[in-house]
Design a protein around this ligand. Structure first.
Ligand SMILES: [Fe+2]
Ligand SMILES: [Fe+2]
Length: 221
């Protein structure tokens, strides 16, 4: 009996060629502009990385508000998880993060989440010991989450139905960013305006659980 040709045994990339990737060729063939996607992923990874850095400072200055600190910490560690999740994908697609961290920070797709009262990070907050208010810090956190939602929604749009792997990663990250926005709306609304706007949040299982981006179990007793 004649051996039947296997439809997917060969393709555009010659056998043994290591200079091309079928994983790139296939999404390109489905309409993804891979160089453009790569630039957006690098910008987005930069934003996750720098936000992780700035949230470290913001969390410190939520001193005395243990509940806010804990929630800020979840958002902070989940941003690190987002960086970890998306960075290998940049390399799979043939890209690289910048070799100089300064370049990486500068090209981040979202603004620096500076501690309020530091003149965009140029000075320490006021010397009277009061520090920025919790409301001012929560405003910075909220707007950072909103930038992240816009970013990952765009990546989902660029990859939907064409690049299932990047789409899956972006959608996982987006799921957490939407939760983060809801958390900070709840906290800021009560703190600044005295208005109750529940987020549906109770708590992560452990700090930075990242149920979507780390594929961890949901808090679902
Ligand atoms: Fe994030
Ligand atoms: Fe976030």
């Amino acid at each position: 009996m004649a051996t039947r040709a296997k439809k997917h045994a060969t393709g555009k990339v010659p056998a043994g060629d290591l200079t091309q990737r079928v994983g790139v060729e296939q999404i390109d063939a489905r309409g993804v502009n891979v160089p453009e996607l790569l630039e957006k992923l690098i910008d987005a990874a930069g934003a996750e990385f720098t936000t992780y850095y700035y949230y470290t400072i913001l969390r410190m200055y939520l001193a005395g508000n243990e509940d806010y600190k804990e929630i800020c910490e979840d958002a902070r560690l989940e941003d690190r998880a987002h960086f970890e999740l998306i960075t290998p994908r940049i390399y799979e697609l043939g890209g690289s993060i910048p070799y100089d961290i300064r370049e990486f920070a500068d090209r981040a797709g979202c603004p620096d989440a500076y501690l309020p009262g530091t003149e965009d990070g140029k000075q320490a907050p006021s010397a009277d010991g009061g520090g920025p208010t919790a409301a001012a810090i929560l405003e910075v956190l909220l707007e950072a989450e909103r930038c992240a939602i816009r970013t990952w929604s765009e990546v989902c749009d660029l990859t939907f139905g064409k690049d299932p792997r990047t789409y899956d990663m972006a959608a996982r990250i987006l799921n957490e960013e939407v939760e983060h926005e809801a958390w900070f709306i709840e906290l800021l609304s009560k703190e600044r305006d005295g208005v109750v706007r529940p987020s549906g949040h109770f708590r992560r299982g452990t700090p930075g659980e990242a149920p979507y981006s780390k594929n961890a179990g949901f808090y679902n007793p």
